[in-house]
Design a protein around this ligand. Structure first.
Ligand SMILES: Nc1ncnc2c1ncn2[C@@H]1O[C@H](COP(=O)(O)OP(=O)(O)OP(=O)(O)O)[C@@H](O)[C@H]1O
Length: 369
């Protein structure tokens, strides 16, 4: 965990984020006497927030030529921005890097509004678009990519949950960035993320449909980081919360009283149609391997306390192909960094688990034994 050394200084006046517009701001660095001027040239818009309060645009840093993404969000002057507070603590190969942040103002019809700008490393694709590319061609994503992406999501979740104590609360393909050349993956959008404190309630109306853990659908306010692990395996389509639950029940069967208690001890409505559990091989298409189904079944557990943790997921046999010393990308290129775990990431892991996680051929370079 780290606290970034740059401080937000000054407020930049910029009314629009139009292509070609230059945004000039200042940055204070701890080991330098004077503030540095940094200018960004806005390029195209790459995302608009669903609540209409933000925009993400591609930009180029004029001083370094570096490509960045700037997420500009309306800032309520009464509060600190939680997304910024959390992002400043994060440093991991599978989490998008916050390079810098600054405030700017916009004046529309004499109303002056304050915006927070998060300057992020730019990653060209999302898992959403990458998987749509295969679906459009009537193809399944090749297994090696499914393994690489799922593994890196789990590694990021282990870092967030275990090392930092943050729950992302909006894991979905649109918030998972991927470089389709190196196949490095980065989690973005910490706009819903929160440090969960045991015993303190949290809102249950978070996380996007399809990816919502059943305890959220049951209205739990005492959920854990296990909600993110459910979202890693999103296979249930549904139009509303109720539909979503019906889809889940159709596959996992009706939850038992014990499972309902584990999801939300305050929930006392037990009238559900009695549906039997479906065997996993009937749910997935023929090419899905036994290991993949086993991992899915461990993630899609009603009881959050029985759901696989992120580190257990990383060690799962589904990822053994990645740990093979001969493993490489389909074009023969090297795999992205997968095993350079820090002591923080492996905190609490047994020697046996460490051995599973760090394959023998890289053990010397990692040195955590
Ligand atoms: N660092 C980045 N590099 C490239 N694209 C990015 C980056 N960060 C975000 N994006 C793109 O912008 C989109 C929106 O980003 P983000 O989810 O952080 O914003 P948001 O306002 O929270 O959006 P929403 O409300 O839809 O979740 C992402 O889905 C992604 O396509």
């Amino acid at each position: 965990m780290r606290i970034r050394d740059d401080k937000v200084v000054g407020i930049t006046n910029c009314n629009k984020t139009e292509s070609g517009q230059i945004i000039t701001t200042r940055r204070k660095c701890l080991n330098e006497q004077k503030d540095k001027t940094i200018s960004y040239r806005a390029e195209n818009v790459i995302g608009t927030g669903s609540f209409g309060v933000g925009v993400v645009f591609e930009a180029k840093c004029m001083e370094t030529g570096e490509q960045v993404a700037i997420k500009k969000v309306l800032q309520d002057k009464r509060y600190k921005n939680r997304e910024l507070q959390i992002m400043r603590m994060l440093e991991h190969p599978n989490v998008v890097e916050l390079k810098h942040s600054f405030f700017s103002t916009t004046t529309t019809h004499t109303v002056k509004e304050l915006y927070l700008n998060l300057v992020l490393e730019y990653v060209p694709e999302t898992i959403y678009r990458a998987s749509r590319h295969f679906t459009k061609m009537n193809l399944h994503m090749p297994l090696i990519y499914v393994q690489l992406y799922t593994y890196q999501i789990c590694r990021a979740m282990n870092y967030l949950h275990g090392a930092v104590g943050v729950c992302h609360r909006d894991i979905k393909p649109q918030n998972i960035l991927v470089n389709t050349i190196t196949h490095e993956l980065k989690i973005c959008d910490f706009g819903s993320a929160k440090m969960l404190v045991p015993g303190e309630p949290n809102i249950s109306y978070i996380c996007s449909r399809y990816y919502r853990a059943p305890e959220l659908i049951f209205g739990s306010t005492e959920y854990t980081t296990a909600i993110d692990m459910w979202s890693v395996e999103p296979i249930f389509p549904g139009e509303s919360s109720v539909d979503q639950l019906v889809e889940i029940i159709k596959i996992l069967g009706t939850p038992t009283r014990e499972e309902i208690k584990n999801m939300n001890p305050r929930y006392n409505e037990f009238r559900f149609p009695q549906i039997k559990t479906q065997p996993w091989h009937k749910i997935f298409h023929r090419e899905v391997t036994a290991e993949a189904m086993d991992l899915a079944s461990r993630l899609l557990q009603y009881s959050p306390n029985l759901r696989c943790t992120a580190l257990e997921a990383c060690a799962h046999p589904f990822f053994d192909d990645l740990r093979d010393p001969r493993a490489c990308l389909p074009n023969g290129g090297p795999l992205p960094r997968l095993f350079d775990f820090t002591a923080q990431e492996l905190c609490g892991a047994s020697v046996e688990l460490r051995h599973r996680l760090i394959p023998e051929h890289v053990r010397e370079s990692v040195g955590l034994f």
